[in-house]
Design a protein around this ligand. Structure first.
Ligand SMILES: [Fe+2]
Length: 222
């Protein structure tokens, strides 16, 4: 399927009063998301239009390099916020469903996962992603210092905490304690059904890939 322009989506979270995260913070935050969509489209368009027979490919500085790198910043800025806004607007509470089942095994207790992800949110400079690994089926907390740094291949984000200051400074202040209060508020507004839907899709993708792999082995062996 050829590339198509990204379009900012509408989210349920913007029709509700969140607990602790103000409407003004959300509205300002949405403008950043719109900006990421616009710039991702602009970079991708330029990457499609370059004359690759003539363009300079220089690792120190070149237009191709600059646009390629900034494209990942813009694109992941769009994708990360898509998940972040998508799973706000819920009732919070303890992890539920399949997500709770997996982290219970992975972290030897849901409470231990909860402590781990909150500490990760204090240690990250940009994002914490709870991601499902398509290779081994595990869930793990990944720290990202910017939206395009430290992403791991075949990891599908199912829960995304934005810990950039723009997500909380208006409501909680720019201190480490303010960030902790914001992370608590984030979890009070999290929609676990949305998280579990993301997880179901990731598990289905792994099952499909595993089945295809088995079929190929069978065909090769036959
Ligand atoms: Fe953000």
């Amino acid at each position: 399927m050829p590339w198509d322009e990204l379009k900012p989506r509408k989210f349920v979270a913007f029709e509700k009063d969140l607990d602790g995260i103000s409407k003004q913070t959300m509205e300002d935050h949405y403008k950043l998301y719109e900006g990421y969509a616009k710039k991702a489209n602009e970079c991708r368009r330029r990457l499609n239009e370059f004359d690759y027979a003539d363009i300079e490919g220089n690792q120190v500085f070149s237009e191709l390099r600059a646009v390629s790198v900034d494209y990942t910043f813009a694109l992941l800025g769009y994708k990360n916020h898509d998940l972040y806004f998508g799973h706000l607007g819920g009732d919070g509470g303890d992890p539920e469903g399949r997500f709770a089942e997996i982290v219970d095994q992975e972290f030897n207790g849901v409470d231990k996962w909860s402590n781990a992800v909150k500490k990760a949110a204090s240690a990250a400079r940009g994002w914490v992603m709870v991601g499902y690994d398509l290779n081994d089926g595990s869930l793990f907390n990944y720290i990202m210092d910017t939206q395009n740094l430290w992403a791991v291949y075949n990891m599908v984000p199912v829960l995304a905490i934005d810990v950039y200051e723009h997500a909380y400074v208006r409501d909680f202040g720019a201190t480490p304690d303010g960030r902790k209060q914001y992370v608590e508020a984030f979890f009070r507004n999290l929609d676990w059904d949305h998280v579990n839907r993301q997880l179901r899709q990731a598990e289905a993708a792994k099952e499909g890939a595993d089945r295809t792999g088995l079929q190929e082995e069978h065909t090769v062996g036959a």
